[in-house]
Design a protein around this ligand. Structure first.
Ligand code: TMP
Length: 208
């Protein structure tokens, strides 16, 4: 019988550098013989990618934004994530619901309660097995963002927004230390990869 796969997510404020590590993690897992699916939120399905385009560019109310994040997520879970996990695949997802708690709940000050209600409705019991939180101070994230392309609707937010977003992420990590690993993302790429590699070994061993 094929066992359930593992659901691994990467989180952090814009400019934390998490996306640099996604393909590398996938490669390590493939070398360890796992069947890996790499995906992202918002996105991951044809509809989800269309919603992403709107979410990153189109002004909208906070409730609409939150509902669209979960609409994209609902499609993503039903069409992609749940079937992959059921087939024994390891799913690496660049952002998931912790981002809604951090950005909409914290950054935009919606609070956690509406996010928790939608999470329950859309996900039932589905939660990541591991979440790596790439944590960086505001100044570092801002400097990395300014090297990137034209900022989108989130990236162009004020400093205070990212301070609240980071704090919400940190609070979530503190509340669930079994699932979260907080990575000091001011470190160089190699140091970060060493930490990730060590954690991957533990995850792979647990899954034996
Ligand atoms: P990305 O740049 O990591 O691909 O994410 C796109 C943007 O969407 C990023 O600024 C964070 C934001 N976002 C939310 O605000 N809420 C969410 O639930 C998700 C998944 C992303």
């Amino acid at each position: 019988m094929i066992g359930r796969g593992r659901f691994l997510t990467l989180e952090g404020v814009d400019g934390a550098g998490k996306s640099t590590h996604v393909q590398w993690l996938a490669e390590r897992l493939r070398q360890a013989g796992r069947d890996v699916l790499v995906t992202r939120e918002p996105g991951g399905t044809a509809l989800g990618e269309r919603l992403r385009e709107m979410l990153l560019s189109q002004p909208m109310s906070l409730r609409t934004e939150t509902l669209l994040m979960f609409a994209a997520r609902c499609e993503h879970i039903e069409q992609v994530i749940a079937p992959a996990l059921a087939a024994g695949r390891w799913v690496l997802c660049d952002r998931f619901t912790d981002a809604t708690y951090a950005y909409q709940g914290g950054g935009r000050e919606l609070g956690a309660a509406p996010v928790a209600a939608l999470e329950q409705w859309v996900q039932g019991g589905l939660q990541p097995d591991r979440t790596w939180l790439f944590d960086v101070p505001l100044e570092v994230a801002r400097a990395r963002r300014s090297q990137a392309r034209e900022p989108d609707r989130f990236e162009s937010e004020a400093d205070a927004f990212f301070v609240r977003t980071r704090a919400a992420y940190q609070a979530r990590a503190q509340d669930d230390p079994g699932r979260f690993r907080v990575i000091d993302a001011t470190q160089g790429i190699e140091a970060i990869r060493q930490e990730l590699a060590q954690d991957l070994r533990a995850l792979l061993q647990e899954a034996q």
